[in-house]
Ligand binder design. Structure first.
Ligand code: PEP
Length: 255
C-alpha cells in the first residue's frame, strides 16, 4: 500500500531560533495525528537540516529532507551541497525539481536526472516535483510537459530505484499564489501521472507510488484534495511555516 505523506517545504525562511521553535512545536503536535501508513517530512533550509534532524531523530513519524542538492559526489563547487553530505547529517529525503529551482536556477530535466541518481546512490529518497505554468495550461500542453518531465527526469531509473521516488504535482500557477487547483483539476493530472508510471513500470509500481499535490494547500482545502483517489498527500509551502496549520493539514487524511 502506498504511503500518505505531508511534506513541509520551508524554502528560504526562518533562522536557527525560529526554525528550532517550529520543529519543536510540530514534533509535539503530530504524534497522535499520524497513522501507521502516514509520514510527515520537514524540509528546512540546508543550514538547519542537521539541527532539525537531531530533534526529529526520536520520532519515527517525522522525517527530514533537504530542498536541493548538487549532482556531483564532492569537489570544487563552491556554495553547493552534495547528497552524501545531506545523508551524513541525518536527512532521508531531498526535494528535486521544485519550480523555483527550475525557474530561478535554470534546472533542466537532464540535470535533475543526474541529481536524482546522486540522491538515490546515497540512500536518500527524492521528492521529485513536476508541473506546468499557467501559460502551458492555457495552451493545453500541460500533459505533454508533465510526460516529458517524468520521461527525462526519472524514467531512466530501474523499477527498484523508482520505488523510492515520491512524486509531487505542483502546478506553478498555484504555488504561493493562494490559487489552489480544484480537487478535480488536481485529480485529473494525478491520474494521468499514475497512468504514465503504469505504462513505464507496470500497474503494481504505479499503485505503490505516492503522488503529492502542492500549490496553496491549506487546512481548508486539504481534505477535499486528499479525498481524491490519486492524491496521496501534499507538499506544503506557506502553510508549513505555521505549526497549527501544518499539523491541521496532516489530520485531513482522516476525514
Ligand atoms: C511549494 O513551494 O512547494 C508550495 C506548494 O508552496 P505553497 O504551499 O506556498 O503554494
Amino acid at each position: 500500500m502506498r504511503k500518505k505523506i505531508v511534506a513541509g517545504n520551508w524554502k528560504m525562511n526562518l533562522d536557527y531560533t525560529s526554525g528550532m521553535s517550529l520543529i519543536s512545536e510540530v514534533l509535539n503536535m503530530v504524534n497522535d495525528e499520524v497513522r501507521g501508513d502516514q509520514e510527515v517530512i520537514v524540509c528546512p533550509p540546508a543550514v538547519l537540516v542537521y539541527s532539525v534532524a537531531q530533534l526529529a531523530k526520536g520520532n519515527p513519524k517525522v522525517s527530514v529532507g533537504a530542498q536541493n542538492c548538487h549532482e556531483a559526489e564532492s569537489g570544487a563547487f563552491t556554495g553547493e551541497i552534495s547528497a552524501s553530505q545531506i545523508k551524513s547529517v541525518g536527512a532521508q529525503y531531498v526535494i528535486l525539481g521544485h519550480s523555483e529551482r527550475r525557474q530561478y536556477f535554470g534546472e533542466t530535466n537532464e540535470l535533475l536526472a543526474k541529481k536524482t541518481d546522486a540522491v538515490l546512490k546515497n540512500g536518500l529518497k527524492p521528492i521529485f516535483c513536476i508541473g506546468e505554468t499557467l501559460e502551458e495550461r492555457n495552451q493545453n500542453i500541460h500533459f505533454q510537459l508533465i510526460k516529458d518531465q517524468l520521461a527525462e527526469g526519472v524514467f531512466h531509473l530501474s523499477a527498484e530505484e523508482f520505488a523510492k521516488v515520491v512524486l509531487a504535482y505542483e502546478p506553478v500557477w498555484a504555488i504561493g499564489t493562494g490559487v489552489t487547483a480544484s480537487p478535480e483539476q488536481a485529480q485529473e493530472v494525478h491520474e494521468f501521472i499514475r497512468k504514465e508510471v503504469a505504462a513505464k513500470y507496470g500497474e503494481e509500481v504505479a499503485e505503490d507510488t505516492t503522488i503529492l499535490y502542492g500549490g496553496s494547500c491549506n487546512p481548508k482545502n486539504a481534505a477535499d484534495l486528499f479525498a481524491q483517489k490519486d492524491i496521496d498527500g501534499g507538499l506544503i509551502g506557506g502553510a508549513s511555516l505555521k505549526s497549527r496549520d501544518f499539523t491541521d493539514i496532516i489530520t485531513k487524511f482522516n476525514k
